[in-house]
Ligand binder design. Sequence first.
Ligand code: NI
Length: 189
Amino acid sequence: MQTLEASEGPKAEASPLKMATFSRIDTFSASHRLACKSLSDTENEKLFGPCSRKHGHNYKVVVTVCGEIDPISGMVIDLKDLKAYLKEAVTDPLDKKDLDTDVPYFANVVSTTENLAVFIWENLQKHLPAKTLHKIKLYETDEISVVYRGDAPDPSAFAAEGDQRELLSSPKKSAITSQYFICPARFSV
Ligand code: NI
């Protein structure tokens, strides 16, 4: 009968990292219209339909961070900190605003839910520790949502999300999934 020899090397210390994601939901209300500045009103009406006219949404954003569970605090991130970051990066600049006129980012960017998710990602990145932000899921309505994960190189990362569509936009290779049809023209003015 064969027996297994024990390794003679030094025993590795058993201290595996315990990783987890942590999410917080916030809401904000904003008005906007979908319009490319390079197109006429008629062309925008044809491209965006009724969305080319001013209207509003009650958005819901789910911000997910990922990291090691701190062995002392037992937390991935301090909830107070995440709440403060969301206020600074999301609700303060967006709530009760007209996205197209009150938010400079959208001066030359169409205020689609996809681009709004990108804005939230980029704004939150300024506050969160590096490589902490994991995912933004932004609901325009109960039926429509967008997932954005920044420079996500692996499209298969979206397979588990149950989302129906994925776009990899150059040159940043940013990854967006959406639960409704996306016209590529909606990504920039
Ligand atoms: Ni809209």
